[in-house]
Design a protein around this ligand. Structure first.
Ligand code: SF4
Length: 381
């Protein structure tokens, strides 16, 4: 694969743990963070190092996710970016994203972040309702979210994304409408919205089980999603992926790689990569990660070799997430699989239910299909 890769960097530290979180993250400790940055730069150098300039893997997106990447100092983030630049062939116009939490970044920190090459920010806003923020264990307020986006603009960022969560327990359609109003009033360049999914040990899940909170019903969640789609369109956003809306030219180039089947390198605890032939993921345990990297061992916990059929099926359901859907002709050329033949029964069922549509050689998910997306994707797995 000569296509430029993305580079994902997982920073597993947070101020406190949100009540719904299932990410590999823990409390920030300065000594642990110091060791972690050293291990991550070593992992980057092991993966990309020892190659001549001509042999280096090309990459054009870098993404700091987590956790909360901005728990690290500017110097620490800079040393990680420098390791990427040293060991990969990083394009001049590389998109460098950092996830950040409102309330945890100052104007000066953001200016310095821009100075070291971060050119896109993704703020975990989640809600503009202080009661909802408290319920889910976020440490910031709605006012701090507004302030953070303002500071990022003043610092010079021209590519800002905000994350929201829909379908919170007890959430009212009116509160959701206000969340949307506030989001668009901030004029972000990009919005990601995820429907709350609770794993069984999440404190929020326990509160629902104990009857302290009521989960919202599916109909309400669908109403919220449709309202979001309509409002985003009114405000000039493209619904380019099921959970993502961007202004033209402001899609997440990094995340697009996941859906378009492009390769991505991944470093740090729990980070998952793909090189076109296999998928792998690192251990989720930070101590095991540190010990392995420090002992010159690989931190990879699982590697799955993909055969042609795995790749073609992933290509169908990942492309279905995207606005343009699946180019059936291109799919046939690339994988030798005629989707209409191969999935004849499934297609008939999904077409009859109005969940997908096929126009000429393009198969895409419908508005109705988007709210039942998992059912649609399952047909191709
Ligand atoms: S900030 Fe994100 S990663 Fe950290 S605890 Fe909250 S949800 Fe989890």
């Amino acid at each position: 694969m000569n296509e430029p890769a993305g580079i994902y960097l997982h920073i597993p530290f947070c101020a406190t743990r949100c009540h719904y979180c299932n990410f590999a993250t823990g409390g920030y400790e300065s000594e642990l963070a110091r060791r972690y940055v050293a291990a991550m730069t070593k992992e980057i150098s092991d993966a990309g190092g020892g190659k001549s300039d001509a042999e280096k893997i090309p990459a054009d997106t870098i993404y700091f996710g987590g956790g909360t990447p901005t728990t690290l100092s500017i110097e620490q983030l800079k040393s990680i970016i420098e390791a990427c630049r040293l060991h990969f062939d990083i394009a001049g116009d590389t998109e460098v994203t950092a996830e950040a939490n409102p309330g945890s970044v100052s104007q000066e920190y953001l200016e310095r972040l821009l100075d070291i090459g971060v050119n896109r920010l993704s703020f975990g806003v989640q809600s503009f309702d202080d009661g909802e923020l408290q319920m889910i264990g976020r440490t910031h307020s709605a006012a701090e979210a507004r302030e953070a986006v303002g500071m990022a603009r003043s610092a010079g960022f021209d590519n800002i994304s905000i994350d929201l969560i829909a379908g919170l327990p007890e959430q009212k359609v009116e509160t959701w409408s206000r969340n949307l109003e506030e989001s668009f009033a901030l004029e972000p360049d990009h919005i990601s919205v995820y429907l709350l999914e609770l794993y069984k040990d999440a404190p929020l899940h326990h509160r629902i089980e104990r009857g302290e909170l009521r989960a919202i019903d599916d109909e309400k969640a669908v109403e919220m999603y449709f309202e979001l789609m309509d409002e985003a369109e009114k405000h000039g956003f493209d619904h380019y992926e099921i959970s993502n809306w961007g202004r033209p030219g402001r899609y997440s180039r990094h995340n697009l790689k996941y859906w378009a089947g492009a390769p991505y390198q991944a470093f740090g605890v729990s980070a998952a990569g793909y090189d076109g032939l296999s998928r792998w993921s690192n251990t989720r345990n930070i101590h095991e990660y540190l010990e392995k990297v420090e002992r010159e061992e690989s931190p990879v916990a699982e590697r799955i070799q993909l055969d042609d059929d795995d790749r073609q099926s992933a290509s169908v359901f990942l492309n279905l997430r995207l606005k343009n859907g699946v180019d059936l002709k291109q799919h046939l050329t690339r994988f030798g699989v005629d989707v209409r033949q191969r999935y004849r029964d499934e297609l008939e069922r999904l077409l009859d239910a109005g969940l997908i549509e096929i126009n000429a050689d393009r198969m895409a998910i419908t508005r109705k299909g988007k709210v039942l997306a998992n059912e649609v994707f399952a047909a191709f797995v």
